[in-house]
Design a protein around this ligand. Structure first.
Ligand code: FAQ
Length: 311
């Protein structure tokens, strides 16, 4: 019977039909979705921290309003993705436990510090820019709840990217010192943004299977090339320089050639040894522990309400 179910599943994938939570699916399909979707959710939640650092110090009311809205969107994306992951039969508590114990991964990019206001511009421009490139193909991923979540998430990411690029534009049209700040932020965020799209295809453990299941619709290297091709002309408009001496337009391929990525740094950060890993995790654990009384109170209230209904 499993063989039959597997054939139905494979046929659905081949026809580009969505797999829904109650449909039969191979155990490995379920597991790898829980892995990728929960890591994605954790990334959104941890991803609030580097920018949250600047909400109280945004340079104007308008900047503060936009940044607040952006960070709130990220919370929404995280909660949306946790709900979608729960449809695969894992509880929210288990997912949080995996994050707080350090067992689950979240994106390497959020382990870098935000030391000047220009970093907020660079995150919107580069990090959200890379996120959009990664997530637009996920709108047609094979698992229904993930695909549907991505449609809304991508619309919001597009606002986030413009928000960041506009900060960069303003700084680059400002004083020499402001332009320097923008250049410095580009210098520090460029390479980590390239790493964010994952290891090269030949070093990627999951790409081959995930492409077959149409979980991934493009490989890490394809997405990275697309990101570079799209972003370099934007740096030109800003009038700042991408920190890669080997970056060169290749007439033949119609793409930019680029320099060697420091994969050693990437794996160090992924393994927990980046500049802010400990701080990020500790902040999340503290938020969870400090919020315990709220969860307890909400539960106690819900119990009291249901008791009243019984009587
Ligand atoms: N960081 O075999 P692959 C955002 C791990 S956007 C840490 O290639 P896969 C929006 C990978 O998990 C950021 N770990 O893996 C925002 C695997 O380890 P495992 C989040 C990484 O899954 C913007 C191992 O390396 N976006 O939050 C990273 O096929 C601004 C081998 O790698 C998503 O999660 C990394 N960068 O491809 C928020 C998008 N890359 O699990 C706030 C959905 C790889 O076996 C502010 N995810 N690893 O222990 C994906 O598209 C994929 O999961 C990839 C990785 C492409 C990230």
């Amino acid at each position: 019977e499993v063989k039959n179910l597997e054939e139905i599943f494979e046929a659905k994938i081949a026809r580009d039909e969505k797999i829904e939570p109650k449909d039969w699916m191979p155990e490995k399909y379920r597991k790898t979705h829980i892995r990728q979707m929960s890591q994605h959710a954790h990334s959104e939640i941890v991803g609030m921290l580097p920018e949250g650092n600047w909400i109280s110090r945004a340079p104007s009311l308008r900047r503060k309003v936009a940044l607040l809205a952006k960070v709130q969107d990220e919370a929404g994306h995280g909660l949306y993705l946790y709900s979608a992951t729960e449809t695969l039969g894992i509880s929210r508590d288990e997912l949080y436990e995996q994050l707080h114990s350090g067992k689950a991964k979240y994106s390497s990019i959020f382990n870098y510090p935000t030391i000047t206001w220009a970093d907020i511009g660079a995150i919107g421009w580069l990090v959200d820019g890379a996120a959009i490139i990664n997530q637009v193909p996920l709108c047609s991923t094979s698992f229904g709840p993930y695909a549907r979540a991505m449609v809304r998430v991508c619309k919001e990411e597009s606002f986030h990217q413009r928000q960041g690029y506009e900060i960069m534009l303003t700084l680059c049209n400002g004083t020499e010192e402001q332009k320097q700040m923008a250049q410095d932020a580009l210098n520090r965020w460029w390479w980590p943004s390239l790493m964010m799209l994952g290891p090269t295809d030949d070093a990627s453990t999951h790409t081959e299977q995930s492409m077959k299941w149409k979980l991934k619709r493009k490989t890490n290297d394809e997405l990275r090339q697309q990101f570079i091709d799209q972003t370099v002309p934007q740096a030109d408009i800003l009038g700042i320089t991408v920190p890669d001496e080997d970056l060169k337009w290749n007439e033949e391929t119609g793409h930019y050639d680029f320099g060697e990525i420091n994969w050693d740094e990437f794996w160090q950060v992924v393994k927990g040894h980046g500049p802010c890993n400990k701080e990020r995790l500790q902040t999340r654990v503290n938020a969870w522990e400090n919020g315990e009384w709220v969860r307890d109170a909400a539960l106690a209230y819900a119990e009291k309400q249901s008791e009243r209904k019984v009587k």
